[in-house]
Structure formats: C-alpha cells, structure tokens
Write a protein that binds this ligand. Structure first.
Ligand code: HEC
Length: 164
C-alpha cells in the first residue's frame, strides 16, 4: 500500500470522522420530553364500613386485627360469589340453580349458623344432596386462624354502615 493511501485513511478515520461525530453529537438537540402516560384509574372499592374497636386494651387490639385480616381475606377470596357487601348476590349461576348464598349482612339469617357450622362450611365447603360442592373448601388455602378471622369479619357485617 503506498504512503499516500495510508496518510489519507489516517486523516479520514483518525481526524475527520471523529471530528464529524463529535460535531454531530454536540449539535444534535436533546430529544423532546415525552408526555407521561395517562394514569390508569381503578374504581374505588366500595367496602362496607365495619365499626372497629378503638381501645388500646389487648381485647380491642386482637379484635381489630381479626376484623381487618378477615376483611382482607373476604374482599379477596369471597366477594366473587358473596358480593362486596356479603349479600350473596354476586353469583348469578348459583342463584339460578337455587344455591344463592345466605345474606351475610342479615343478622337473623346468620344467627342460624353457629361459629362451629360456619367453620366447617369454610373448611370443607358446602355440598348439595348429591354430594357435589356448591361452595369451595378453603382448608388448603387458609389457615385455621385466617378462617377464624374471616368468621369474625362476617359476624360484624350486620353492624356495617353501607359504603358512600
Ligand atoms: C365460587 C363461589 C364462592 C366463593 C368464592 C365463596 N363462596 Fe361461600 N358459598 C357459595 C355458595 C354458592 C354458597 C351456598 C351453598 C349452598 O347453599 O349450597 C356458599 C355458602 C357459604 C356459607 C354458608 C352460609 C351461606 O352463606 O349460605 C358460608 C359461611 C360461606 N359460603 C362463606 C364463604 C367465605 C368466608 C368465603 C371466602 C373465603 C367464601 N364463602 C367463598 C359460593 C362461594
């Protein structure tokens, strides 16, 4: 390769090209700030307002924790069929085959169910006369304590004020 070609390539690749790149870099305007994406709006949950004990004594603290934990569980796992307010009105199919769940906010109706029966219904599910599950069992999902907390929450639903 003759000297002329080497000098020319050195000039192009060693000086002119880097200078052109630096100039391009310095003169390119920064990208226009992109508009932030529109916030995704979730509808506010309409939950029944269960009265919470306010005291600092151990009983109030334990009860408050049980109600809040029960609410968390009920409003995640149970509302799909029992409804946000516990009225048993969120599963049209079960209602259409005559298996509408009880109204958990109806004190008189719920008093027919002892805590023991409630626990067994939760743990093992509810079956119809053929032995088919009409309500799923929760023993593999919830611990005994979680089932007791959800019972405490449901027991307080008749006292709840409706959401505004
Ligand atoms: C897939 C729908 C579904 C889910 C989810 C569900 N249930 Fe039920 N549940 C039912 C149906 C339907 C009945 C009525 C069954 C019957 O009478 O044969 C029922 C009955 C019950 C009963 C007996 C009294 C009543 O309401 O009729 C209790 C207590 C109960 N469910 C509590 C719960 C709790 C607590 C959860 C959440 C951990 C829950 N259920 C989740 C469908 C569901």
């Amino acid at each position: 390769m003759n000297r002329y070609v080497i000098y020319t390539s050195l000039l192009i690749f060693g000086v002119i090209l880097p200078l052109a790149m630096i100039t391009a870099w310095l003169t390119t305007p920064p990208p226009a700030p992109s508009t932030p994406p529109a916030p995704v709006l979730f509808p506010k949950l309409q939950l029944p307002k269960v009265p919470l004990p306010t005291g600092d004594d151990p009983e109030s603290i334990v009860l408050r924790h049980a109600i809040l934990n029960g609410e968390r569980i009920y409003q995640r796992l149970c509302h799909h069929c029992h409804g946000r307010l516990g009225k048993g009105d969120n599963n049209d199919y079960m209602a259409s085959i005559g298996r509408k769940p009880a109204d958990h906010s109806d004190l008189a109706a719920m008093q027919k169910l002892s805590d023991e029966e409630f626990f067994v219904a939760l743990r093992d599910g509810v079956k119809d006369e053929r032995g088919w599950l009409t309500m799923p069992p929760w023993a593999s999902v919830l611990t005994g304590q979680e089932m007791r907390d959800v019972i405490v929450y449901v027991r307080h639903l008749p006292l709840a004020a409706s959401p505004n």
